[in-house]
Design a protein around this ligand. Sequence first.
Ligand SMILES: NC(=O)c1ccc[n+]([C@@H]2O[C@H](COP(=O)([O-])OP(=O)(O)OC[C@H]3O[C@@H](n4cnc5c(N)ncnc54)[C@H](OP(=O)(O)O)[C@@H]3O)[C@@H](O)[C@H]2O)c1
Length: 217
Amino acid sequence: MKTIVITGAGKGIGFELTKQLCSKNKVYAVCRKASDELKNLSCEVIEGIDITEESSIARLQKELKGISIDLLLNNAGIAIWKEEPNLKENILKQIEVNAIAPLMVTRALENNLSEGSVVIMMSSRMASISDNTSGKSYGYRASKTALNSLTKTLTFELDPKGIITCLMHPGSVSTEMNPRGQIKTKECVEKLIKRIENVKKQDSGKFLRFDEGEIAW
Ligand SMILES: NC(=O)c1ccc[n+]([C@@H]2O[C@H](COP(=O)([O-])OP(=O)(O)OC[C@H]3O[C@@H](n4cnc5c(N)ncnc54)[C@H](OP(=O)(O)O)[C@@H]3O)[C@@H](O)[C@H]2O)c1
């Protein structure tokens, strides 16, 4: 049985990860507001956590004090597809939630991680600069690219402690964020879990696909 912390556990991929992982593991489901569906799962719900707020992160740190985390899934994220007319504000908001917040959460929980722990940052193929063939979504793309960069830098802190840190593209998944997603959360998460279970030391700092292979920066 592993101890797993999942952010953004209230819906979408985070909820499905919680659902599939909680039967065999101790899962701390971190969310802003827990639905009845989440409360009915056999997980420990940590509610009222906005990952962009310092006070929330401090409370999360307190709630998890002394608990060894085997797997930290930084899954929470936002996409503001309609960025205009407040383009600057919307780019900054996405960078705050998608890039800076997962770094702050991970650093706050660094003492809970040790040799063999795995940190997954939920990135996106849209982070890839070389794969950007269609433009649009300035903020979402830039925020996930920034997440990739911050995470790569973080690996220089965590690798020496034997902590494996990977960036993951979950596929195009049908959720509130991506109603036109091509795969169902159940299928995505089944593959994602297999992929995460198989990550090795040499995968640290890599940008991985949920099924197989890597994504070019
Ligand atoms: N779906 C896709 O096709 C796809 C593709 C590539 C990458 N991703 C990434 O996968 C992750 C999950 O996406 P999803 O499709 O499952 O999206 P989703 O259904 O919109 O769920 C996003 C989750 O993040 C939480 N969240 C957002 N802002 C937060 C904040 N400030 N503090 C705490 N929690 C916050 C939401 O909480 P609330 O319920 O409180 O709003 C929600 O639980 C995201 O990082 C996303 O960028 C998704």
